[in-house]
Design a protein around this ligand. Structure first.
Ligand code: ZN
Length: 145
């Protein structure tokens, strides 16, 4: 287990831009605001979404098809450092026109309308490093920032 203690930083409420990807917008906001560690929540609606499931055997993401515009019921994201830049990791729960729910690792989310809350954490940021056991880029202590 790896733990860091962080202090509370700023809390930003943001109305995201129509037609742009939620992950790109969150990453850009973190960069512009100098936020290296934090958590985000978002709700709204997406005109296009792509989700994925991580296959633990093959250590690959498998795409989950998402059809049509969807409600963004819940999106949870965190920010840490990967390759020297703020990196956003996001999971989302989506609903279609009948209220059927689909969830997974969020790859793409083109915003129809969405509201985001970014909570900054103050302290030594984690960096993401490749982990051979899982095949994922996981948090490690950061000695160089
Ligand atoms: Zn994920």
């Amino acid at each position: 287990m790896l733990t860091n203690n962080f202090g509370q930083g700023r809390c930003l409420l943001t109305r995201l831009d129509h037609g742009a990807d939620i992950l790109h917008q969150a990453g850009r906001l973190a960069k512009e605001e100098g936020i290296k560690t934090g958590i985000l929540t978002a709700i709204g609606a997406l005109s296009l979404a792509e989700l994925a499931y991580y296959d633990q055997r093959s250590m690959e993401y498998r795409k989950i098809p998402v059809e049509g515009p969807v409600e963004l019921l819940s999106c949870l994201e965190n920010i840490s450092i990967r390759d020297g830049q703020p990196f956003v990791h996001a999971h989302a729960v989506l609903a279609d026109s009948k209220g059927r729910v689909l969830g997974g690792h969020l790859i793409t989310g083109i915003v129809f309308a969405a509201e985001l809350c970014m909570q900054e954490f103050l302290g030594e940021p984690f960096k993401r490093e490749y982990d051979s056991v899982t095949g994922l880029h996981l948090w490690e202590k950061n000695d160089n920032l």
